[in-house]
Write a protein that binds this ligand. Structure first.
Ligand SMILES: [Zn+2]
Length: 79
C-alpha cells in the first residue's frame, strides 16, 4: 500500500488517499483501487467519469468532510 497525494477523492476531494490494490496484466498496471482516509470512499480508477470525476459526479452524492458528524449511520457496525 502507498499513500498518494496525486489522486484526490472523488467524493470529498480529500488528498489523503491510498492505493489499495492494482490489477496488472503482463506486468503493466491496468487499474487501481484507491481508498480515501478522510471519508472512507473506495473507487477504481477505471470507473466511468460520472462516478469518479469531481466535475461530472452528481454533487448530491458528495461529502463535506467538515460535516461528517451530521451524516447518519445507515448500517450500524457489526458486533
Ligand atoms: Zn473522501
Amino acid at each position: 500500500m502507498s499513500t498518494s497525494t496525486s489522486n484526490s477523492c472523488p467524493r470529498c476531494r480529500g488528498e489523503r488517499t491510498e492505493t489499495q490494490y492494482q490489477g496488472k496484466e503482463a506486468g503493466q498496471v491496468i487499474w487501481s483501487v484507491l481508498h480515501c482516509q478522510q471519508c472512507s470512499f473506495s473507487w477504481r480508477d477505471s470507473e466511468p467519469p460520472e462516478s469518479i470525476s469531481p466535475a461530472k459526479r452528481d454533487p448530491f452524492f458528495n461529502v463535506n468532510p467538515e460535516e461528517v458528524k451530521r451524516y447518519p449511520i445507515v448500517l450500524p457496525p457489526m458486533a
